[in-house]
Design a protein around this ligand. Structure first.
Ligand SMILES: Cc1cc2nc3c(=O)[nH]c(=O)nc-3n(C[C@H](O)[C@H](O)[C@H](O)COP(=O)(O)OP(=O)(O)OC[C@H]3O[C@@H](n4cnc5c(N)ncnc54)[C@H](O)[C@@H]3O)c2cc1C
Length: 469
């Protein structure tokens, strides 16, 4: 399949890019592994509005706002491939995907990676026990199936999504027994307050969520340390310290969350340059103001570029879609300037607000590099924090790629998505270096599991053919 622009990801960024690029006359193919468009924030919104409209109120006005974007997307007339898992993007513009049991390739002049964000894991003792899930998983069940947790459960961690989920569950009639906040630094965030003042509605939203949580009588512990989940067979008890006191609570379920970071494996598997973002504590692609990367073909928009939130992601997608049209000669650069001006203003406001939020909820070092030696950090290969620290010290292991060879950390089915940043922090701390100096895993395609049969079925010229022609 030939196209001008291939977009990976049907969240606010990918959808907005598709709408703008199509409006400029570009042939666009949009691929997403989910069955319906919307991304993380607007997951399942069309079906929910049609079949369970009362539940829209649980999820709140930011969720409902997505209906307008989805309507515009449905009218924009591009080729949309749901359930298409993209496992490789080539420098030559080939996008390899798996869909309904078959593999396919889109040949694109430009490729926009808009794969969004993922939750940063919170590796604490007991986080791999049955009955422990991420807050994102709880929210996915709520959006996709209208399911809310039963029994006595707590939410633990930090970040706006923790508060949002608590409020959404309260509205669904299932309030958490307690909310345990692990990182919150108002004094550190205050110098960045002027940037946040450009989005007063967001400040108000945060305060409203807190009010909703308090009004529901949910116990709120701030400054939580020494968090442990216990139970021989599944999560039965949670232990922690807060305000100089020790707590033990019986639980049926625990939901963890420690902010979000770019869902970066696809971008990392291309050769585009990345850099360490110290405020967001993760690696991000190096992008210009228009979403262009160090490659002429590959661009990145939305949270996959750096965390900017849903409205910022949509604005960044608009800019990237229009830029692709300008770079392919469908609109003049003067027109790009003009047509993208409003989106660039929105994006600038959202980018200016980020440092306040990033600093307010920046995970403390004890959660980034677990101090308990028995805490599992790589779930796929069951590697513990103490194993990594010991090996780094004993073998002078310089970085995560060597860690892979020495102990298989990051070699499992998730390809380092879950352990990557923790491994980097542990190595950096043990060696007395910065994460920027340590670097990240070298991610290689396929970034999603595919079979050898899938690869063999691909209609690509082999090296042998190329030599003989
Ligand atoms: C679990 C979770 C829940 C969140 N909930 C909220 C919320 O309720 N409210 C809020 O304001 N913010 C929420 N966020 C933050 C939010 O994701 C964003 O700010 C916003 O959705 C970012 O938009 P985006 O277009 O960049 O990416 P996303 O909306 O994340 O969309 C990315 C899309 O890329 C697709 N994708 C990823 N990799 C591949 C691949 N290899 N092949 C094919 N498709 C792929 C995904 O299926 C997804 O649809 C959430 C984040 C997470 C991780």
């Amino acid at each position: 399949m030939q196209t001008d622009l291939a977009i990976v990801g049907a969240g606010p960024a990918g959808l907005s890019a598709a709408i703008q690029a199509a409006a400029c006359g570009l042939k666009v193919v949009l691929l997403d592994e989910q069955p319906v468009p919307g991304g993380q924030i607007y997951r399942n919104i069309e079906a929910l509005a049609a079949t369970r409209p009362a539940q829209l109120q649980w999820l709140g006005p930011d969720y409902i706002a997505g209906l307008t974007l989805l309507r515009r997307f449905r009218d924009c007339g591009i080729e949309y491939l749901p359930l298409a898992q993209v496992w490789q993007v080539g420098e030559d513009g080939r996008v390899y995907y798996r869909r309904e049991g078959a593999v396919g390739i889109v040949h694109a002049q430009k490729v926009l990676i808009a794969t969004g964000a993922m939750e940063r894991p919170l590796p604490v003792p007991g986080w791999t026990l049955p009955g422990v899930m991420s807050c994102g998983a709880a929210q996915t069940l709520l959006k996709a199936s209208g399911l809310a947790p039963e029994g006595r459960f707590v939410l633990a961690g930090c970040g706006p999504l923790l508060l949002l989920l608590a409020a959404q569950l309260i509205r669904a009639g299932r309030p958490p027994a307690a909310l345990l906040e692990t990182s919150y630094d108002l004094w550190g965030a205050l110098p960045h307050l002027p940037g946040m003042l450009g989005l007063p509605a967001y400040l108000l939203k945060g305060l409203t969520l807190l009010r909703e949580i308090r009004a529901a009588g949910v116990t709120f512990h701030r400054g939580v340390t020494s968090l442990k989940i216990k139970g021989p067979d599944r999560a039965r008890e949670i232990e922690f310290e807060s305000g100089g006191r020790s707590f033990k609570e019986a639980v049926d379920l625990v939901f963890l969350h420690q902010g979000v970071v770019p869902n970066g494996n696809l971008a990392l598997s291309t050769d585009i340059r990345h850099q360490w973002n110290d405020l967001q504590k993760c690696f991000c692609p190096e992008l210009d103001a228009w979403g262009r990367s160090s490659s002429d073909t590959v661009r990145v928009a939305g949270d996959a570029g750096s965390i900017v939130g849903a409205v910022g992601a949509a604005a960044m997608g608009e800019v990237a879609g229009l830029t692709a049209a300008a770079d392919l000669g469908r609109i003049q650069y003067a027109e790009l300037d003009h047509r993208s001006a409003a989106a660039r203003r929105v994006l600038a406001r959202h980018r200016a607000a980020r440092p306040f939020l990033d600093r307010l909820y920046r995970p403390q070092q004890q959660w980034l590099a677990p101090t308990d030696p028995d805490t599992v950090i790589c779930r796929c290969e069951e590697i513990r924090a103490g194993d990594v620290r010991r090996l780094v010290a004993a073998q002078n292991c310089p970085g995560p790629n060597q860690l892979k060879s020495f102990m298989r950390c990051g070699m499992g089915p998730c390809q380092g998505r879950l352990c990557g940043l923790t491994a980097v922090e542990l190595i950096a701390e043990t060696r007395g270096q910065t994460p920027a100096e340590i670097g990240y895993y070298r991610i290689r395609a396929p970034i999603k599991p595919i079979t050898l049969g899938d690869m063999a079925a691909l209609d690509v010229p082999s090296r042998h053919d190329a030599i003989n022609t």
